[in-house]
Design a protein around this ligand. Sequence first.
Ligand code: SPV
Ligand code: MG
Length: 291
Amino acid sequence: MISKGRILKNKMADSGLVHIMASHSPLSARLAEEAGYDGIWASGFELSALYGLADVSLISMTQHLDMTRAMAEQMNLPIVADIDTGFGNAVNVVYAVEQYERAGAAAIVIEDKSFPKVTSLVADGRQELLRIEEFQGKIDAARQTRKDPDFLIIARDEALIAGLGQEEALTRAAAYEEAGADMILIHSKKQTPEEVESFVNAWKGKVPIVVVPTAYPQMDSERILSLRKIKMVIYGNHALRAAVTAMKDVFARIKSDGGIHEVNKHIVPVEEIFRLQRMDVVKLQEKRFLR
Ligand code: SPV
Ligand code: MG
């Protein structure tokens, strides 16, 4: 059977750019699959927010792993698992890679921050990075642990997020490639794409780049493709923000309308939820087995 990592690699080779949608639940992952995305971003930020918590290493590996496994069980897209710092040192990374590969992930993204990390896009966030050699050890640990050679190890370079500049970001990316990373995720919180575009243009390495253009939405697919070195774009938190927008709107309207009679026309009928829950399968099972 062809592995999820291989499927993701094939998609990258065929289309030149894969579009990965963030999810925080099997339901949102199923919706992303139906919408035609190439894969799912098992986002730490979204899952933290779902628990009402900041994305600062508060949720455990077990919580994130359970959600990754639940998503893998309910839809077929490859999952790019956001394992933050790897939940500790290189020894923790060995355990995490064993677990995420077994749970059905196609790839992991591991970032070069120290544990506990601070979410990347927050203004004035405390961003502390590991020594390069220490992070190389984590990449090596991931590489030597994976069973499937197509299970992708994506090294996330946070030098721009930490305000250390392009030279440091390039030095780190080259060191991570040398340690065996399959791709480099370069993250930026600048509100325009120039910082990332400049990095990509200066990148001389062989491995392709991943971007998360949340902070600089002007960077659309056309602009990404024109740079020629980016093979994956992650839509980092749009599932969660869309859900929050919709819930705020509906909650307010029910109050102001004095009932559910108005919003009822604007939200999906309960039958749509039955469909997403595969209620039709349950009915067939009842017919076959309830005697
Ligand atoms: C996440 O979605 O968990 C990410 C992306 O890591 S970001 O929040 O932009 O750092
Ligand atoms: Mg994250």
